[in-house]
Design a binder for this molecule. Structure first.
Ligand code: 5GP
Length: 303
């Protein structure tokens, strides 16, 4: 068995001093990012340019956590999406991880404040329930009301759940460019997102949530690449089937058709920036809201 030689006392003292200096330097970097003196992107670029720098020694988690408005939940999500382990130091990232982190930080630095969030996911996963919960409990978030050509279900109110419009009116909206996106959903009716309320909300620095289908999410990504795309997942496939059958709003043929669509939709989850599992509505809603930089979201639902 080899015995590791004990370093001379003088070296150990020097090493301890160096460690203290490095820790202090990292603390300064974090407070500079927190006070917006420096951007996280600048810190990351410095880390990648100089492997021995204090920036390189900073853990990615700590770097992200120092960004104002990125709370612990959002950081944790982000680390998972970037496939970076929590202990990883900024200087130790692989090329692909650097690329992904750089893209994310550039997006933030580009003044795109991630205030438009698209919530999509397979049929019956509970997107509507989660968005309704957000509408009722997070008044800082504007939940977009779509236009649709389908008829109202019992309890649905025009202007609250949807704008229920005729085919002719929907045609007119398309022609006048009023819709940010629109799609035929489940091969039957047309659904579209009215653009003016969204532009107005964003101009007033509000956060906006769109609860739309996969085609809609893709369309929004094309026209507003800064939007955050969130995919809502069921806890399991069996649970999704149970929710679809249980809600009893579709006949058996329609249920089969929607389950087929759900399979295709689930396969698209990798196109999304974040995934949130809808086990419990208030928790899922909170996670979704935390993905937007909503003031106060980290502290739970606003009253
Ligand atoms: P439902 O008829 O059950 O209310 O909604 C059917 C589907 O239409 C849901 O998947 C919902 O996300 C989607 N949807 C609702 N509004 C819009 C919209 O404005 N655009 C798009 N593309 N899909 C929408």
């Amino acid at each position: 068995m080899s015995v590791r030689p004990t370093p001379p006392e003088v070296d150990r003292v020097a090493a301890a001093r160096a460690a203290v200096t490095a820790r202090r330097a990292r603390a300064t970097i974090k407070s500079d990012v927190a006070s917006r003196k420096r951007t996280a992107l600048d810190v990351a670029e410095t880390a990648w340019a100089a492997v021995a720098s204090a920036e390189a020694g900073l853990r990615v988690t700590e770097l992200l956590m120092s960004i104002p408005s990125l709370g612990p939940t959002r950081t944790e999500h982000l680390m998972a999406e970037l496939a970076i382990s929590p202990k990883k130091r900024t200087g130790g990232l692989g090329l692909r991880q650097r690329e992904k982190l750089r893209n994310y930080l550039q997006l933030r630095a580009g003044g795109a404040p991630n205030r438009l969030l698209v919530l999509a996911g397979p049929t019956a996963v509970g997107k509507g329930t989660v968005s309704m919960y957000i509408r009722e409990n997070y008044p800082n978030v504007v939940v977009s009301v779509s236009a649709t050509t389908r008829t109202p279900r019992p309890g649905e109110v025009d202007g609250v759940h949807y704008y229920f419009v005729s085919d002719a009116e929907f045609d007119r909206k398309i022609a006048s460019g009023e819709l940010l996106e629109w799609a035929v959903v489940h091969n039957s009716f047309r659904y579209g997102t009215p653009r003016p309320p969204i532009d107005a909300a964003l101009a007033a620095n509000k956060n906006v949530l769109l609860e739309i289908d996969l085609q809609g999410a893709r369309a929004v990504r094309r026209v507003m690449p800064e939007a955050i795309l969130v995919f809502l997942l069921p806890p399991s496939w069996d649970e999704l089937v149970r929710r679809l059958i249980g809600r009893g709003t579709e006949d058996p043929a329609e249920q089969t058709r929607r389950l087929e669509t759900a399979k295709v939709e689930l396969a698209a989850q990798d196109e999304f920036d974040f995934r949130v599992v809808n086990t419990e509505v208030s928790q899922a809603a909170r996670e979704v809201v935390e993905l937007m930089a909503v003031p106060g979201a980290e502290h739970g639902a606003a009253r």
